[in-house]
Design a binder for this molecule. Structure first.
Ligand code: MLT
Length: 313
């Protein structure tokens, strides 16, 4: 009889994921495992299930002698060295469609929160102070929303924000014109054009060498005075020092940030100023998304371990 394969899960995933895996393989659930510990034990596993914190780099892959598959319970794969995994014959599976609605809805929440000072007003009132003048915001109606990246999540945001009667413009050099038409988004040929025209900017690109620091000092200078920006994509796409400067000068009126250059993020100066609304990378943190992601990734990992083709991003 064949020996049961072994999978390690290093980050919190839905219970259904673990249950599905356990039907076919032995599963070790080890959240918050110190890195050195993971490097020591990874050699005995055939599969690894992660989210965004576990770095699957050259060092880890060199020690993972038996590893056949890395299952990324989520969309972004910037924490995995794909080239190295491919060289070693390790399949990388992710779940690009399973949490897009949740990420889109958080984006809309942050757009509204940054426009209407919801979070600041909440804290102020709960601290015992009543002041209606202090929290004058801006309507979304009739404003221009600039979407950077019109992929899965960007498209969902475009479709929904059209119902707010926003004027939707988008920049994405990697997609066909048809998609702009489908989402009734006016295509911008350059990021600069988008930044110059947007009242609200929302980012929906992966984190790549091309997008790291994409919203830096130069980009902020190109924005409309009083622009607002939301990032539910990846930390590092916005250069935080430049954003802080922009927010302090008033060039950027407010920012809604779910993702951060350093995560976990604690002593981030952007958390100390009034005109940011920040959340701890919770774009996919809904019951529905976690269930979808968990079941999808479990099936993908099991398929890979059985030598089947794994549909991927
Ligand atoms: C994603 O890339 O889909 C998210 O980062 C998922 C997560 O929260 O781990």
């Amino acid at each position: 009889m064949n020996e049961r394969k072994k999978v390690i899960v290093t980050e919190r995933v839905d219970e259904k994921c673990i249950e599905l895996l356990q039907e076919k393989v032995d599963v070790d659930v080890k959240f918050n495992l110190p890195r050195q510990e993971l490097l020591k034990i990874i050699e005995s596993y055939d599969g690894l299930v992660i989210r965004s914190s576990t770095k699957v780099n050259k060092e880890l892959l060199s020690k993972a002698k038996k590893l056949k598959v890395v299952g990324r319970a989520g969309n972004g794969i910037d924490n995995i060295d794909i080239d190295e995994a491919t060289k070693k014959g390790v399949v990388v599976a992710n779940t690009p469609d399973s949490n897009t609605i949740s990420a889109c809805e958080l984006t809309i929440g942050l757009l509204l929160a940054t426009a209407r000072n919801i979070s600041q007003a909440n804290s102020y009132l709960k601290s015992g102070k009543w002041d209606r003048k202090r929290f004058i915001g801006s309507e979304l109606y009739g404003k221009t929303l600039g979407i950077v990246g019109l992929g899965r999540i960007g498209g969902l945001v475009a479709a929904r924000m059209a119902a707010f009667d926003m004027n939707i413009i988008a920049y994405d050099p990697y997609i066909a014109d048809d998609r702009f038409k489908r989402f009734r988004a006016e295509k911008k040929e350059t990021l600069e054009e988008l930044l110059k025209e947007s009242d609200f900017i929302t980012l929906h690109t992966p984190k790549t060498t091309e997008t790291i620091g994409m919203i830096g000092e130069e980009a902020i200078n190109q924005m409309k005075p009083g622009a607002r920006i939301v990032n539910v994509a990846r930390g590092g796409i916005i250069d935080e020092k430049s954003l802080l400067k922009g927010l302090n000068s008033g060039k950027v009126v407010s920012a809604g940030l779910d993702v951060h250059e350093e995560e976990p993020a604690n002593n981030n100066p952007l958390f100390e100023i009034q005109n940011t609304v920040v959340t701890p990378h919770i774009g996919a943190s809904t019951v529905e998304a976690q269930e979808n992601v968990g079941t999808t990734i479990a099936k993908q990992v099991l398929s890979a371990l059985e030598g089947e083709v794994v549909p991927n991003a």
